[in-house]
Design a binder for this molecule. Structure first.
Ligand SMILES: NC(=O)c1ccc[n+]([C@@H]2O[C@H](COP(=O)([O-])OP(=O)(O)OC[C@H]3O[C@@H](n4cnc5c(N)ncnc54)[C@H](OP(=O)(O)O)[C@@H]3O)[C@@H](O)[C@H]2O)c1
Length: 262
């Protein structure tokens, strides 16, 4: 009765408040960008361990040894696809290869910092690097959302989960470095909040999640004791994505589930 009432209200508002019940044998699909190493590889592993279909992307699939090994052991559940998130042609080609395939979660994980040493001082900025980092961290994820919207609408969960960073929080920034990376993650947050607002009516939800400092190649200059293990960080990203809904769409979480200031 209660569920019927919600369905009627949902219909009147044209806002799907919960996804239609999935068939009992429905296997969700996640597309993870940058799945050849670091957090992305571990996301692919953990979703595969849950029995999900995983589309793991890599710029150079032939060199993605660990992702290919995961795919080989997966009985067809894990596939490896070529994708460079900087290239629209690459994003569009992937969408064409996956045409008609429902995707439950687009996990925008691929990202770059541009190197800390290259963005310490405003008078020593590397402008081409600025463009390429923003292309990777902001333009790529938004273009992926645009191109894969039909796939997401065909899926049950309709979620876009973005690996953001606390470095993108303007409210907590007391530093004066990392101009390029910080501004890219702040911009990612902004475009994804726009998207959350615009896609709510279609039942699509959007998350921005900071994994904390994680022990990947990206952070290899930091002492390991400051870093979180990759499996823990990926598990946190998945747990928060599980809790994502239209009602809390557009939130900027950190790994423990608390909300970060913009
Ligand atoms: N590690 C941390 O402490 C930390 C903290 C906050 C946020 N994050 C975010 O977490 C995400 C994953 O980072 P990570 O720590 O796992 O870093 P990582 O180990 O350096 O891995 C980065 C991944 O992104 C891929 N990538 C980079 N540029 C790409 C492009 N143009 N097209 C497709 N793939 C591309 C890389 O592929 P290649 O192997 O081809 O380069 C690699 O798979 C990033 O968005 C990062 O900003 C990380």
């Amino acid at each position: 009765m209660h569920r019927l009432l919600i369905a009627i209200v949902s219909m009147l508002l044209s806002v799907p408040l919960f996804a239609a019940d999935a068939p009992a044998n429905y296997v969700p699909t996640v597309l993870v960008t940058g799945a050849n190493r670091g957090i992305g590889l571990e996301l692919a592993r953990q979703y595969a361990a849950r029995g999900w279909n995983v589309i793991g992307t890599a710029r150079k699939p032939a060199e993605a040894t660990e992702l290919n090994a995961l795919a080989s052991d997966s009985k067809g559940r894990v596939s490896v696809e070529a994708l460079d998130v900087m290239e629209f042609a690459s994003i569009e080609a992937l969408a064409r290869r996956l045409e008609g395939k429902p995707i439950d979660i687009l996990f925008n994980n691929a990202g770059v910092t541009g190197g800390g040493e290259n963005q310490q001082m405003f008078r020593n900025m590397q402008w081409e690097l600025f463009d390429s980092v923003h292309r990777t961290n902001v333009v790529g994820p938004l273009k992926l959302a645009e191109v894969f919207l039909p796939h997401l609408l065909a899926g049950q969960q309709k979620k876009i989960s973005n690996v953001s960073s606390s470095q993108g929080s303007i409210g907590t920034n007391r530093g004066g470095t990392l101009y390029i990376y910080r501004s890219s993650k702040a911009a990612l947050n902004m475009v994804m909040v726009n998207l959350a607002n615009q896609l709510k009516g279609k039942g699509v939800s959007v998350a921005l999640i900071d994994p904390g400092p994680v022990d990947t190649d990206m952070m290899k200059s930091l002492p390991k004791k400051m870093l979180r293990p990759v499996p823990t960080a990926a598990g946190d990203l998945i747990r928060i994505t599980d809790q994502l809904s239209v009602a809390n769409s557009g939130t900027f979480w950190t790994f423990d589930g608390s909300v970060l200031p913009w």
